[in-house]
Write a protein that binds this ligand. Structure first.
Ligand code: KG4
Ligand code: ZN
Length: 344
């Protein structure tokens, strides 16, 4: 069955076609980053309007790239939440309208479930159960994933998400929005050991995180120093080292506590090279393996939504696969509250 995935939860319009037999056939993405950059962050109303402009052309593009026609599509998977309500409504309304018009099932997908399952699109893929470190602009969570739809929260941030901390610190260092990738580029020029920043909650005894204090620590450093380019790079490196150490140590603790040997890293911060390097090295000492989605599937994309939709669909009894008659979105949505596919 061919599943059309539609992702519009934030500032990326992502469309993909996933075939349950043949795998991912095509995907198309439009990033709104350039539009939001001049405001220093995502402007929700502009995001919604732009999704309206992009979704249908991107669907045509993805269909052409896969050599398919709209009538070949057997089901629609759209991001139902969490995210910006107006942006989500664009994908949900187009997804529901297509489902109704084509008389095919529509599935509302949890955005974080898409991220969690995205490493399964790559080879070699992890096998259930595994630990997932979800590190995006909006979330920082450690989850135990027993199967599709079976997620147990082990720990999460009590304040800023890791990506948010990267973005806010990047802003302090005079880098553009979103600053995660730019900050990690700058950190490459940094000299190790010149600045030592705190490791928030490293020894808290649980699997929770806190990142908001780090940006304050950076601000204090910036106020104290004569800031040249080299110093900015040194501070960027010190910041990155602090975040990477905390994420790594807590991920290892989750592996140790559960006895699991596979760690999956998902979300935009998973693109960070130092995080990947450190996690790989440390996990190996436990005999554990770390899995990452392809770089293009680390950040928001339609492929992960089409894939999560395909997995859910396969677990659903035939009688429950219905075309949409209405739709809604959940701007806030707890992953643990998700219904398990196929359950009553
Ligand atoms: O998963 P994602 O695309 O969107 C959300 O669902 O939030 O993640 C975006 C986040 C941003 O905060 C961005 O700065 C961060 O991922 N990011 C990075 C890197 N690339 C993207 N953070 C650190 N290092 C990177 N290389
Ligand atoms: Zn995301």
């Amino acid at each position: 069955m061919l599943v059309l995935g539609i992702e519009t939860s934030c500032d990326e319009t992502g469309i993909a076609l996933y075939d349950t037999q043949r795998g991912l056939l095509s995907h198309a993405l439009y990033s709104q980053i350039a539009m939001h950059r001049e405001y220093g962050g995502v402007v929700p109303e502009l995001a919604s309007r732009d999704h309206i402009r992009r979704v249908l052309p991107l669907i045509r593009q993805a269909l052409a790239a896969a050599g398919c026609e709209l009538h070949h599509v057997g089901a629609i998977a759209y991001t139902q939440g969490p995210g910006l309500a107006g942006a989500l409504l664009v994908g949900a309304s187009i997804g529901a309208a297509l489902s109704f018009a084509l008389n095919i099932p529509a599935l509302g997908i949890h955005h974080l479930e898409g991220h969690l399952l995205s490493p399964l699109l790559s080879a070699p893929a992890p096998v259930f159960p595994f630990i997932a470190l979800l590190v995006s602009g909006g979330h920082t969570q450690l989850m135990q994933v027993d199967a599709a739809g079976h997620y147990r929260l082990l720990g999460e941030t009590v304040d800023d998400a890791a990506g948010e901390a990267f973005d806010k610190t990047a802003k302090l260092l005079g880098l553009g929005y979103p600053g995660g990738a730019a900050l990690s580029q700058l950190a490459r020029q940094g000299r190790p050991g010149l600045f030592k920043l705190p490791r928030p909650m490293l020894n808290s005894g649980d699997l929770n995180f806190s990142f908001s204090g780090l940006k304050t620590a950076v601000l204090t450093l910036l106020n104290k120093q004569e800031i040249g380019d080299q110093t900015r790079a040194d501070i960027a490196l010190a910041f990155q080292e602090a975040v990477v150490e905390v994420l790594t140590e807590k991920s290892l603790a989750a592996l140790t506590q559960t006895g699991l040997k596979q760690l999956v890293v998902a979300g935009g911060v998973g693109a960070n090279a130092q995080l990947r390097h450190t996690l790989n090295e440390k996990a190996a000492t436990l005999g554990a393996t770390v899995f990452y989605p392809e770089l293009e599937f680390c950040t928001d994309n339609g492929a992960m939504i089409a894939f999560a939709g395909a997995m859910r669909l396969q677990a659903m009894p035939e009688s429950t696969r219905q075309p949409a008659r209405s739709f809604n979105v959940h701007a806030r949505w707890n992953l643990e509250m998700l219904e398990t596919p196929g359950a009553d």
